[in-house]
Design a protein around this ligand. Structure first.
Ligand SMILES: C[S@@+](CC[C@H](N)C(=O)[O-])C[C@H]1O[C@@H](n2cnc3c(N)ncnc32)[C@H](O)[C@@H]1O
Length: 283
């Protein structure tokens, strides 16, 4: 392995998800997991009506969002690093009686998709792992048609920057290294023998995500830090207390403008170089 490959998270993520795939499939089915109480309902609202749309799901895993979009009438390509996750996705799509074009491959290489070939790109809880996010954002922008959207969720940056402390008033989060950059190791998923498996993800601030999108030419339409669904308060009071203490997820919906934007957000047609209003090229 070269130094460059060692520094990248992608090969380690592939290996980790090959190991945790079975555990992860069971985890996402748990009604009281934080994703199901806050992230999934918010993502579905941000994705919206997908009938007849062409959707690319990056880091699709076992197809949570791919299958949901297909059930609502979209034509979906699911791209995923881990072969085992894809196998679980294919089985889940078959059970749900929908068609999803699952492919094994990295989000870092979208070259095989033609420009403007998707109406929407979705990515649930995977962008945290992406190496060289500006390059991936530029590729997402290219494969979207003008007016298309990119909706994704990540672990909220303040969750990654601190630690959870129990107090008499309930759980509290101490945020201490918010601006720290680099790669952080987490251990919360398990393999088939219930051993903890390490994964690595990038520390980025909320502004980092917005900056990356703006620099790729996107307009941020919505930024959402979802609270738990109200019914969680009675059903799962412990989880509710934790999720209401501080946001666990950050969701963004960004649009590829129909008219290309300059780096400062100025539409290209207004950014100079063209003719001023009233000027005529004739004569
Ligand atoms: C936390 S899981 C989320 C799976 C699914 N999107 C969901 O919402 O349940 C993250 C997934 O992203 C995949 N992933 C991470 N980095 C990736 C990359 N660079 N290219 C493709 N898939 C990636 C992992 O293999 C894993 O299946």
């Amino acid at each position: 392995m070269t130094q460059d490959e060692q520094d990248r998270v992608e090969p380690r993520t592939r290996e980790a998800y090959e190991r945790v795939a079975g555990w992860y499939r069971d985890f996402i089915e748990e009604a009281d997991n934080a994703n199901n109480l806050a992230e999934v309902p918010a993502m579905r609202r941000l994705i919206g009506d997908v009938r007849g749309l062409r959707i690319l799901d990056l880091g699709c895993g076992q197809g949570r969002y791919s299958i949901w979009c297909a059930q609502w009438g979209a034509r979906v390509v699911g791209l995923e690093l881990s072969e085992r996750m894809v196998a679980l996705g294919r089985a889940a799509a078959e059970r749900a009686r929908v068609t999803v074009d699952f492919r094994v491959g990295p989000a870092s290489d979208l070259a095989h998709f033609p420009s403007a070939s998707f109406d929407g790109v979705v990515s649930g809880m995977a962008v945290d792992y992406f190496d060289d996010l500006p390059a991936v954002a530029a590729q997402i922008h290219r494969v979207l048609r003008p007016g298309g959207w990119f909706v994704f969720s990540v672990c909220h940056p303040i969750r990654l920057a601190g630690e959870r402390v129990e107090t008499a008033e309930g759980p509290v989060r101490i945020v201490s290294r918010y601006f720290e950059k680099g790669v952080k190791e987490w251990r919360w998923m398990r393999d088939d023998h219930h051993e903890l498996v390490p994964t690595w993800g990038y520390l980025r601030t909320v502004a980092d995500y917005v900056d990356v999108l703006a620099e790729a030419g996107f307009l941020v339409e919505r930024l959402w830090e979802p609270e738990p669904v109200p019914e969680a308060r009675e059903l799962y009071p412990g989880k509710y207390a934790d999720l209401i203490a501080a946001p666990q997820f950050l969701l963004i919906r960004a649009i590829k403008p129909r008219c290309p934007q300059g780096g400062d957000g100025t539409p290209a047609w207004a950014a100079g170089g063209g003719q001023a209003a009233g000027e005529s090229g004739a004569g």
